[in-house]
Design a binder for this molecule. Structure first.
Ligand SMILES: C[S@@+](CC[C@H](N)C(=O)[O-])C[C@H]1O[C@@H](n2cnc3c(N)ncnc32)[C@H](O)[C@@H]1O
Length: 374
């Protein structure tokens, strides 16, 4: 593998050092991101500028991968594939919604990429050109799917081994989400998402948020993963939301996205560990009106559940509420969490209608609602 990343410059027909935003491999930086002001209206022209910026940056990473992994095919992929690979490298399965929406595995351009690097295809296309014909190629997606997944996995492994690229790629993913809002976030079924995240005692979604704003309250999205982007953009009015995670990638991504939409005062992404001693938490002590944890508890060892209860107690205001949406292997685990929450001074209830077995991972899904009693 090359020590310093390079790209092939077509005009000089030479390899030149590759430039990424962080200057990896060169010490130089490429084009600055487009300027923006908080609350800027996203006109088609402005969106075009952001797309251009994202695509140019992604192209550098495509060339980096092509060079380092010695696979020309990366330069033929759709630019959004770089964001997809970065999510897989640094955010793992947490980013399932984002990567499904980007849809690199189904992207025709990506399947076509393998055909394009095939020498037989190149020869055929030259012949088609010489004869002045128009050629169409049928893609055997079953065959190219395997190749595509293999190369995307290799690329994700490569990024995972290069932590110095992480911050740059987190920012790039924020630009990708921002520049392609209509194609990605626009398809995410945001109303339903709002309902599952922002809800207490049957008051859901925007009605619930209105209630918190009226009270002058704040919300905490604990272990927000990569999915906070979906509500950040859509909520026109929102109370302050603290979004926490242990993953630096998720925090950098959400922070940058909040900056891009001009809402970083409202949406505050913070590194925080739910299992660490609560006195170390970066959230305001007794400052949160409502906290929600969706899909986080199953990542946490049973032995650390008491720490999470302490953490919740530490951050919530008196009479503050919370909601846990998750899936455990056994009903005993669910009861264990309920007992601990009650011992810690919360009223906590589980709606039997929410308890159901999830097929894929055989986890029993449940939703717990609770309130701090003092
Ligand atoms: C399955 S994802 C859920 C993400 C998001 N809440 C959602 O609903 O899509 C779990 C998230 O919890 C985070 N996490 C795991 N352990 C944590 C901890 N001890 N403190 C804070 N976040 C944690 C992971 O980094 C990951 O982003």
């Amino acid at each position: 593998m090359a020590q310093c990343a390079v790209r092939f410059d077509i005009s000089s027909r030479q390899y030149v050092p590759l430039m990424t935003r962080s200057g990896v491999g060169t010490g130089r930086k490429v084009m600055p991101p487009p300027s923006l002001r908080p609350g800027d209206v996203l006109t088609p022209k402005k969106i075009g500028t952001y797309r251009g910026y994202y695509n140019a940056q992604a192209a550098n990473y495509q060339e980096l991968l092509a060079t380092e992994l010695e696979q020309e095919v990366f330069t033929h992929f759709a630019p959004a594939t770089i964001a997809d690979i970065a999510y897989n490298a640094y955010a793992g399965h947490e980013s399932g919604i984002s990567t499904r929406l980007i849809g690199s595995e189904e992207d025709e351009q990506n399947h076509m990429a393998f055909i394009k690097i095939n020498p037989t295809y190149k020869e055929a296309m030259e012949m088609v050109q010489q004869l002045g014909l128009k050629g169409n190629v049928a893609i055997n997606t079953a065959a190219t799917h395997e190749l595509l997944c293999e190369q995307m996995d290799r690329a994700a492994d490569y990024f995972a081994q290069r932590p110095e690229l992480m911050a740059d790629l987190a920012h790039l993913c924020a630009y990708q989400a921002f520049a392609f809002l209509d194609r990605t976030i626009g398809r995410a079924g945001f109303k339903e998402m709002l309902g599952t995240r922002f809800s207490h005692h049957g008051v859901q979604g925007e009605a619930f948020i209105k209630e918190i704003i009226k009270q002058g309250g704040t919300i905490a999205d604990l272990g927000m993963g990569t999915s906070a982007l979906f509500y950040m953009y859509y909520l026109q009015k929102s109370p302050v939301v603290y979004m926490t995670d242990v993953s630096q990638f998720n925090v950098s991504l959400s922070q940058r996205f909040a900056e891009l939409i001009g809402r970083s005062e409202t949406y505050r992404a913070i590194i925080d560990d739910l299992t660490a001693p609560c006195s170390r938490s970066a959230l305001p002590a007794h400052g949160i009106s409502h906290a929600f944890l969706r899909g986080v508890m199953h990542h946490i060892d049973d032995a650390s559940f008491p720490n999470v209860c302490d953490y919740l107690f530490h951050i919530l205001r008196p009479r503050g509420t919370f909601r846990v949406i998750d899936g455990f292997k056994t009903e005993g685990n669910i009861q264990g969490l309920l007992d601990l929450l009650r011992q810690r001074g919360f009223s906590a209830t589980i709606d039997p209608a929410t308890v159901k077995t999830e097929n894929e991972e055989h986890r029993i899904m449940f939703e717990i609602e609770g309130q701090k009693q003092i």
